[in-house]
Design a protein around this ligand. Structure first.
Ligand code: PLP
Length: 321
């Protein structure tokens, strides 16, 4: 799959977690997607969407790739575009962390900062989409991957689930994955269905994300969750879904760190809190795999900042200590 640094995409370990559950009635494993070269699971769709667009002749060396992303997909695209020498403009807004803006710039991406929300909806998401349309209409030979609808996004995750299944001789009873574009969910679900496998998927989303019909509300933790239902979403890809709060994300991250010494990102915290919530419903002896999408370093000023946590939630440290 590619050459150079990009050929490492997917060569990631699956580890058994022996300490996380108080009652080890389940066999719990974690797929460590932070070993991808750009640091997250989104390296996979970024790679697949760009290489396929090159193969299909939709883009070339002179194309400007334009995408709205405040986090991992933007960084994945910045990496791949840098590798192929393609110009990349990443449209971000004022909520994008300075750290992520600096990572994007280090890869050579142009960071296009949207400073005001859309005047009609008062939403930054809409303001960024408006900006994308403007840039596409004014820059010749420009291309938008549109990760929310691009079928190469889920296609990339056929390999994610294949690696998990291969490591466990196809004996995977439950897969816990977070949702935003639904690329991971759909790619894994399609592969499982196409191969007649019995693996059940538990989709983990954020409270206030609209994917599974929740009422939209302000969310503090980026990564999982969506403010609009992605075109990639289809009903019943998952066996069930769980909606987790920002605090549950933080508690899951801190517990995972304390018990397993794994410093993971926000969506992983949501997943590990969801595992504790669902544990009693899962038959003893089941093999369960949690997809850890990214590392905790990008969340130092939020999830792993005692100051930030207490400002938003008060004194909650007893929840993981
Ligand atoms: C940290 C993290 N977890 C989970 C997801 C959700 O993945 P997907 O877009 O495949 O639904 C994302 C997406 O950006 C992410 O950044």
């Amino acid at each position: 799959m590619g050459s150079g640094i990009l050929s490492t995409i997917g060569n990631t370990p699956l580890v058994k977690l022996e300490r996380f559950l108080d009652d080890p009635s389940l066999n719990l494993y974690a797929k460590l997607e932070f070993f991808n070269p750009g640091g997250s699971i989104k390296d996979r769709p970024a790679f697949q969407m760009i290489t396929q667009a090159l193969k299909d002749g939709k883009i070339d060396q002179n194309t400007t790739v334009i995408e709205s992303s405040s986090g991992n997909l933007g960084i994945g695209l910045a990496q791949i575009c840098a590798y192929y020498g393609i110009k990349f403009i990443c449209v971000v807004d004022v909520k994008t962390t300075l750290m992520n803006q600096n990572i994007l710039k280090a890869y050579g991406a142009v960071v296009d900062l949207v400073e005001q929300p859309d005047p009609e909806t008062n939403e930054f998401l809409q303001a960024r989409l408006n900006r994308i349309q403007y840039l596409l209409s004014t820059i010749p030979n420009s291309f938008n991957c549109n990760q929310y609808a691009n079928l190469n996004n889920p296609q990339a995750h056929h390999q994610t689930i294949q690696e998990i299944l291969m490591a466990l001789d196809n004996q995977v009873d439950y897969l816990f994955c977070a949702t935003s574009t639904c690329g991971t969910l759909r790619g894994c679900a399609d592969y499982i269905a196409q191969n007649g496998l019995k693996t059940k998927i538990i989709a983990v989303d954020a409270q206030g994300s609209v994917i599974f019909g929740d009422t939209p509300k302000k969310r503090l933790i980026p990564g999982h969750g969506a403010g609009r239902v992605p075109e990639l979403y289809r009903p019943n890809l998952e066996t069930c879904h769980v909606l987790m709060s920002d605090l549950e994300c933080i508690v899951g991250c801190r517990q995972l760190l304390k018990r397993e010494a794994i410093l993971a990102g926000g969506s992983s915290g949501a997943i590990f809190s969801a595992i504790l919530k669902k544990q009693q419903e899962i038959p003893a002896g089941s093999n369960c795999v949690a997809v850890i999408s990214d590392r905790g370093e990008r969340y130092m000023d939020t999830i792993y900042s005692d100051y930030w946590v207490s400002e938003h939630f008060g004194d909650v440290s007893h929840l993981w200590e």
